[in-house]
Design a protein around this ligand. Structure first.
Ligand SMILES: Cc1cc2nc3c(=O)[nH]c(=O)nc-3n(C[C@H](O)[C@H](O)[C@H](O)COP(=O)(O)OP(=O)(O)OC[C@H]3O[C@@H](n4cnc5c(N)ncnc54)[C@H](O)[C@@H]3O)c2cc1C
Length: 383
């Protein structure tokens, strides 16, 4: 599966997903945002079941999302779906009890429910050990949550959110627990959808917990297991959230090639100018390298091996190269690329989000550096 996916740019599964995404989004008015109708259609196409219920392989899931990114000119839908499928659902699936599955799984996979994954806070972004949202266990086993979660993808719409909160800040990461919070719970509120520079159709915003009481069975996994649940989910999310971006990079590349071949200047198509052609060759190189790294990470995941290093490398390549290629595409298009109607500014704004979500690229470099033991001096025994 890895070989077929990695070597075949036109893999049938990817093409099928691309056609589905193009069709589902056709005719959506400007300013449209993700809604329940599209969520249910995605579920009918099996998208939310990719990681829950009867999960497929990571390579297959990646092919599907690569296709959605290729076919959907709107990267917000792909990101919204990826956030639920790869972050929220994978965390849920890793530890949910039978009772929790009975309650939530059917609704999530049927596209009846929106699910969010809420770790970040106004003062706890890269530093997740600074989480200030508190969870106090009550005598009857229920919990009371207080705090604010920020930048929560699908936060303005979610029916259920995995919320990370601390029951003892002095314990740092060991004090973190994860809760499945029903959006109908007393004390659960949300801020307005925040305006972003990209991924416009995917709403995100704050979740506000004010003496929000949740039952004992809202605790996901064990008390104190929050950091482990988060770490495992984010490690994989780090690569899978970028699957759709691979498709978006391909879409931007295809448009740029077409432009280079059709735009005439000085009696020739601009693609015959070396400055332009080399720029596009770099776009091609970045895209193919990003794909290979991403499929390698997915294949390593499917083998059951540790994904930390391949996922970190794949994320860095996809996140940073998508931005570089969006800028290069605008340069090839000249002033037309700067027009809103060309849509390349939107592609750039969408790509920039990838420098921050699932941990910034700087933090990802820290992780990769740690895996290479770069902070440890070489000892005789290492030589
Ligand atoms: C589109 C989008 C969707 C998101 N969705 C979600 C979501 O669903 N759920 C959720 O919980 N969060 C979500 N986030 C938030 C995201 O996880 C955070 O933005 C990210 O963790 C960084 O936190 P911050 O924005 O507070 O930046 P900060 O942590 O304040 O970082 C600011 C700058 O300092 C750098 N920096 C900070 N610490 C270090 C360090 N130790 N080493 C090197 N550089 C450092 C960063 O790289 C960055 O350049 C989303 C973000 C975006 C953009």
């Amino acid at each position: 599966m890895f070989e077929e996916a990695a070597l075949d740019l036109g893999h049938p599964r990817k093409q099928e997903a691309a056609s589905w995404a193009a069709e589902i989004l056709s005719g959506k008015p400007a300013g449209w945002t993700v809604d329940r109708d599209v969520w249910q259609k995605a579920a009918e196409a099996g998208v939310q079941s990719l990681t829950l219920g009867q999960p497929t392989s990571a390579v297959e899931a990646m092919l599907t999302f690569e296709g959605i990114g290729l076919g959907a000119a709107d990267n917000g839908l792909a990101f919204a779906l990826a956030s639920q499928v790869f972050a929220m659902q994978r965390a849920f699936d890793s530890v949910a009890s039978a009772q929790q599955r009975n309650r939530w799984q059917g609704g999530l996979t049927a596209g009846e429910l929106f699910g969010s994954f809420a770790m970040s806070e106004p003062d706890a972004g890269s530093d997740t050990s600074a989480v200030a949202t508190t969870a106090e266990e009550q005598a009857d086993g229920s919990w009371v949550l207080n705090g604010v979660k920020s930048w929560v993808t699908l936060g303005p719409l979610c029916d259920v959110a995995i919320v990370f909160a601390t029951s003892d800040r002095s314990l740092g990461a060991w004090g973190l627990s994860a809760f499945l919070v029903d959006a109908n719970a007393d004390g659960f509120g949300r801020g307005p959808a925040r305006e972003k520079v990209g991924l416009a159709s995917c709403p995100f915003g704050e979740l506000i917990l004010e003496d929000c009481r949740v039952p004992a069975d809202a605790l996901l996994g064990k008390a104190g297991a929050g950091a482990a649940i988060f770490g495992r989910a984010v490690e994989a999310e780090r690569v899978f959230l970028y699957a759709a971006q691979l498709g978006a990079m391909e879409r931007v590349l295809d448009r740029t090639v077409e432009r280079a071949r059709s735009r005439q200047q000085g009696g020739t198509n601009i693609g015959s100018h070396q400055a332009v052609s080399h720029r596009i060759v770099d776009m091609k190189l970045r895209h193919e390298a990003a794909r290979l790294l991403a499929y390698k990470a997915a294949a390593v995941h499917d083998r059951g091996d540790n994904i930390a290093l391949p996922a970190g490398l794949a994320k860095l390549q996809a996140a940073e190269m998508a931005v570089a290629s969006a800028v290069d595409s605008i340069r090839v298009f000249g002033a037309s690329g700067y027009l809103a109607e060309t849509g390349l500014g939107v592609e750039l704004g969408d790509a920039v989000g990838g420098l921050a979500y699932s941990g910034t690229v700087d933090v990802t470099r820290n992780i990769v550096a740690g895996l290479l033991h770069l902070d440890r001096p070489l000892r005789r025994s290492d030589e």
